[in-house]
Design a protein around this ligand. Structure first.
Ligand code: NAD
Ligand code: PPY
Length: 346
């Protein structure tokens, strides 16, 4: 049973496609600042309810992200609940799934624009864009701005720098930074923090992704020991939902700042971390570089260097959020959400 009570967003569309076996969920959280936008996540889920809940949580985060970055878009997200893991689908099945999704986008006629997310990439946006205009993030060869990973990683690095200063450090030199997930974003974040003098710890379920960093001096942490590993900064760059209330009570770190959306599972986890004096960079600000890249390049006509300049402002945005949280004696997450919501008023 889909819960209609516990979400303050505008609309959720759910479509099951018998032929491909995929279920499509498109959540439009807010269109106050502009058309809803947010990536398409394609993966398996235990149930449609969980796919809907994920789409709604992610769409909410997109509204906050757009408002926090001062971008003229609202928040939305698509989830494609796959019949089997992506790696088990053949190219034909995947093309059919994308073709249904392109039709969904056409039906929404610009109220929602998509882009890449977990399980989709620039090449998939190229496929969608053959049918619909409402896809951001096509590859450079297809005339698009290409991957947002570089901008996201730069923004996360800025967020880590602001957060360690808030924790009383002058910089990253000598600090232990654990990067969880060494994909498109995490591998770049790992390189940036290592270049800044941090002692790098890395983990990925795919151990081969750790190898280049280990060769450059990083230490591997087993994937299931991440939240028990003592370090100065934990940078979750794999999936969300890393820190629940129990983990928050014991997490042996000083700072949490990463790329994943919705790193904390509950408000209670946030309260516990705040009470313990752990600095948490709101993820909808820390990972805003991707949205700045996509909306900046595709809607606002920015160059790559405009995008980098805007992404660098994430550091100042977080300085302001931390200062306002201190003044009001609330957590940075609450201070950041209050600012974003204030910007979202019609
Ligand atoms: P990616 O798929 O390229 O990389 C994810 C990596 O995490 C992979 O190497 C995977 O093996 C690893 N991983 C998955 N589960 C893990 C686990 N439990 N423990 C350790 N490693 C695990 O994804 P990405 O583009 O690098 O994005 C990383 C995160 O940042 C995602 O949560 C994404 O939603 C978020 N994000 C990305 C962007 C962007 O521009 N790419 C923008 C905003 C937010
Ligand atoms: C995200 O940043 O979490 C995304 O979903 C990427 C995105 C950003 C803006 C428009 C479309 C996709």
């Amino acid at each position: 049973m889909i819960d209609t009570q516990l979400w303050d967003g505008e609309m959720t569309c759910v479509r099951h496609d018998e032929r491909t076996g995929a279920t499509f969920v498109i959540a439009l959280h807010s269109t106050t600042l502009g058309p809803a936008a947010g990536g398409t996540r394609a993966m398996t889920y235990p149930s449609v309810d969980e796919a809907v809940a994920d789409a709604r949580r992610l769409a909410h985060a997109m509204s906050l992200k757009m408002a926090a970055a001062d971008l003229p878009m609202g928040g939305g997200k698509s989830v494609i609940m796959l019949p089997e893991p992506r790696a088990k689908l053949d190219d034909g099945q995947w093309r059919d799934i994308l073709s249904v999704h392109a039709h969904n986008l056409e039906l929404l006629n610009g109220s929602y624009w998509t882009g890449p997310d977990v399980g989709t990439g620039s090449g998939d946006m190229d496929v969608l864009a053959r049918v619909t205009r409402f896809a951001f993030g096509r590859s450079v060869t297809a005339g698009g701005p290409g991957s947002s990973a570089e901008a996201t990683a730069q923004g996360v690095f800025s967020a880590i720098q602001a957060s360690v200063r808030e924790a009383g450090e002058s910089g990253l030199d000598g600090l232990r930074v654990l990067v969880q997930g060494l994909g498109a974003v995490g591998s770049r974040v790992a390189s940036l923090v290592a270049e800044a003098g941090a002692r790098l710890l890395v983990t990925d379920v795919d151990e081969a992704r750790c190898e280049p960093h280990v060769a450059a001096g990083a230490r591997i942490v087993p994937a299931d020991e991440v939240t028990r590993t003592e370090c100065d900064v934990l940078a979750p760059c794999a999936t969300g939902g890393v820190i629940d209330t129990d983990i928050a009570a014991t997490l042996p770190v000083r700072v949490v700042a990463g790329a994943a959306n919705n790193i904390l599972t509950t408000d209670e986890a946030e309260r516990v971390l705040h009470e313990r004096g752990i600095i948490v960079a709101p993820d909808f600000i820390a990972n805003g570089g991707g949205a700045i890249h996509l909306v900046g390049r595709e809607v606002l006509g920015w160059s790559a260097s405009d995008v980098l300049a805007r992404t660098a402002l994430i550091e100042k945005a977080l300085d302001d959020v931390f200062a306002s949280a201190r003044d009001q004696r609330i957590s940075p997450l609450r201070a950041a959400a209050a600012r974003a919501v204030a910007r979202m008023q019609p």
